[in-house]
Design a binder for this molecule. Sequence first.
Ligand code: F6R
Ligand code: MG
Ligand code: MG
Length: 382
Amino acid sequence: MLTLSIIKADTGGYVGHSAVHPEMVDEARRAVNGAKGELLVDGQVAWCGDDLSLIMTHDRGLESEPIHRFAWDLFMTTTGIAKRLGLYGAGQDLLSDAFAGNLRGLGPGYAEVEIEERPSETILCFLADKTEPGAWNLPLYRMFADAFNTAGLVIDPKMHDGFRFEVHDLREDKRIMIDCPAELYDLLLFIGSPSRYVVKRTISKTLGEVAAVTSTQRLSLMAGRYVGKDDPVMIVRCQSGLPAVGEALEPFAFPHTVAGCMRGSHHAPLMPVSISMAHPARFDGPPRVVCLGYQLKDGRLNGPRDMFDDHSFDEARRQCNQVMDYLRRHGPFEPHRLPLDEMEYTTMPSVGERLAGRWEATQATVPAEPQPVGAGTARDTE
Ligand code: F6R
Ligand code: MG
Ligand code: MG
């Protein structure tokens, strides 16, 4: 069995929260190259916005101690570079001083899948910045449950029975398997609330194979306070009974609105971009998604192809800018700004406390003004 792991963290931004510094990328490449052939079968370094991703193949299984320790140590090193260069938010996603077995609860995000490599193993790695894991819900629904997106659900005999969705409740830390297409409407009831319910995995009912897996860590909940956005990653396996590459990319032609940009407290459309455009700048957004395509062979990552570097996504990018203009004009109003209970980054408790004594009950406490006898409006007397 081969394991594909994407492990990511924001260990410092350049400039502000917009990108990863080239020195950090170089250091990560040096470490990953050094680990190839020993710890790793293969590995590459990628980024989206201020998040550094390690894309690795190995035979150590899921949540493997040495793999997670390798990533943790590397993120500590890139944090050191960020500190030395005075980069912004150095070590932002590292919530603990010590590594303890695996990265669960420590801050870095990860998506991992264990596979029996197919003769031709087509893999897409999606990396997003300025959003949250639930941002994958809508595209995953389209890829694996919507016949208007994925022709294979109708005409490929290996896809016609559909897919199972593993959905996690991030608030209560529990999960459920939902069978599609039979339980489509049940699925939508949950995953339409992406701040709480996220698709963790999809599984082919015919092949019994994991088709997609996401990172579901939610930093704000883990730390009990706002510590930056839990920018997500996702692996999607494609072709031969799984969505075709084009079916997996198609959902991103609609730049759906996600939570995340500017202080982790605003809704904005998700822009599919090439790696060269993965540097959110306007209002710390709009949120970005890049897609790196690979063909695996004996664990070797042949690629990447920069999948959104394609004119067919120009229209999505244009629409995204239009939606951004529209939403920005709402300023601090919902639905651009997130609802109060979603904004861990807020002045509300202190302002609320300061003004607490000035709130009055709306009934009974405000005496009615006595009306002078015979008084009326101009209209009454006309
Ligand atoms: C969004 C994000 C940024 C920061 C913003 C303020 O996920 O990371 O929008 O929230 O730049 O950053 P601070 O509060 O660190 O000045
Ligand atoms: Mg950052
Ligand atoms: Mg980020």
